[in-house]
Design a protein. Structure first.
Ligand SMILES: Cc1cc2nc3c(=O)[nH]c(=O)nc-3n(C[C@H](O)[C@H](O)[C@H](O)COP(=O)(O)OP(=O)(O)OC[C@H]3O[C@@H](n4cnc5c(N)ncnc54)[C@H](O)[C@@H]3O)c2cc1C
Length: 380
């Protein structure tokens, strides 16, 4: 049940083949070792996963947002970590495309269009998570440059990113009105990449601290306008949140498929366990939730592609529903597999760990519910 065009179907088939042939086996390995899979990275570069939406003029595939969601969903079916790497690059890209002026686009798009140049999104700080307006990383103008001091944490692709979209404040007292974004290249003196977090899930997707020690950034690297950084976040919010929803959908779909196949072949009491209503209803509930999430996500993706704006309310609904759904479906998948589901012999325990992150990233689900409730007050 879908409305995908031929291009979307081809993208899905291409990623499915890639995942089947190359990603599945490596995903389990690097989940244990926590190393970044550069071999898979190279494969993604060769298959254009990092420049999928970049204009052909710059070497990209110029595909639509729906295609980007399909890529993230299909990767997440077999590995949440790879999906997170690609999705967070897309999140950085959304802000870049919304905020960059023509000079910045001419400078960076040829690099991004090559397909091996990653863009990151750096907002969260040790004392500023959900309360993003309280961020303290400070940018002070000195002559033709900004001097930046402070630090970020939990930055996906930290250390492997080439260009960070960095959110600072020019005046912490101004909260939202002080937030100002910059483009920061990875080699910038004063940028210190910290330790990789030892995480529950997404273990092969690096999550690092960044420290800025008198880091000097030319004023040409200001992204958007002074004090207008939050507007960039708002502009890209729909796209970044629906991508997380697509990631959650993929994780849930992967867990559901594993659970169904297992329940069909595992026998207890002389018959396949799928014959027991206690199991088959659990699988039916998974399918109901997965299909509802898919319908909402791709409806929103199509609306983004049609140029519809102001979809934040629905993006929060999709992100919240899909990630809560993924947590429930993966937990139930472990249950369907019984003791085997609890071991790393099967992928569902990893999927359950990966699903948890989708309830936290891109605004926790509590924050999404606050946004949804605000929307309701306006609407009714
Ligand atoms: C794997 C991973 C990757 C990430 N990647 C990035 C990245 O690339 N870039 C980036 O900038 N950040 C990234 N983050 C950070 C992520 O966006 C934050 O963790 C998230 O926004 C929550 O912030 P916090 O962890 O400080 O939690 P807090 O804000 O401290 O929240 C703690 C708890 O309190 C709840 N809470 C807070 N305020 C309220 C409220 N008003 N009402 C009700 N409940 C509330 C939260 O929902 C949560 O349950 C990543 C995080 C993870 C885990």
């Amino acid at each position: 049940m879908d409305n995908f065009n031929e291009e979307h179907k081809l993208v899905r088939e291409m990623i499915q083949k890639l995942c089947r042939d190359k990603v599945v086996r490596r995903a389990a390995e690097v989940d244990k070792t926590e190393e970044y899979p550069w071999d898979l990275h190279q494969l993604f570069v060769e298959n254009g996963l990092f420049n999928i939406r970049v204009s052909e003029k710059y070497g990209g595939a110029e595909m639509d947002y729906t295609s980007a969601c399909i890529v993230v969903e299909e990767l997440a079916k077999v590995d949440g970590a790879c999906a997170n790497t690609v999705a967070h690059h897309q999140a950085g890209m959304c802000c870049f495309m919304d905020g960059a002026n023509e000079v910045q686009k001419e400078k960076y798009l040829p690099k991004i269009g090559r397909g091996d140049y990653l863009v990151g999104f750096a907002m969260t700080e040790p004392n500023s998570g959900s309360d993003a307006f309280s961020l303290k990383t400070r940018a002070t103008m000195e002559g033709e440059e900004y001097v930046i001091n402070g630090g970020k944490c939990f930055i996906s692709n930290g250390g492997i990113t080439d260009l960070y979209v960095l959110f600072t404040t020019v005046n912490p007292a101004q909260r939202r009105e002080g937030i100002t974004a910059f483009l920061v290249e990875k080699e910038t003196p004063g940028l210190i990449v910290g330790k990789n977090e030892n995480k529950m899930g997404f273990r092969a997707s690096p999550t690092r601290e960044l420290t800025f020690d008198n880091m000097r950034v030319p004023k040409e690297n200001l992204l958007g306008k002074i004090g207008k950084g939050w507007e960039l976040v708002l502009q890209s919010l729909t796209e970044t949140r629906v991508l997380v929803a697509a990631m959650a959908l993929g994780i849930a779909q992967g867990a559901m498929e594993t659970a169904i196949l297992y329940a069909k072949q595992r026998e207890q009491f002389g018959q396949p366990i799928i014959n027991f209503q206690g199991i088959s209803f659990m699988l039916a509930d998974m399918a109901i939730q997965v299909e509802c999430a898919r319908a909402l996500i791709y409806k929103l993706a199509a609306m983004v592609d049609q140029g519809k704006r102001k979809l934040h309310y629905y993006a929060s609904v999709a992100k919240c529903f899909a990630s809560d759904m993924a947590m429930k479906v993966t937990t139930d998948a472990v249950q369907v597999l019984g003791g085997y589901g609890y071991t790393s012999e099967f992928p569902v325990e990893k999927m359950m760990r990966d699903a948890k992150a989708t309830q936290i990233i891109e605004g926790t689900n509590q924050i999404q519910r606050i946004q949804i409730a605000k929307g309701l007050i306006k609407m009714y």
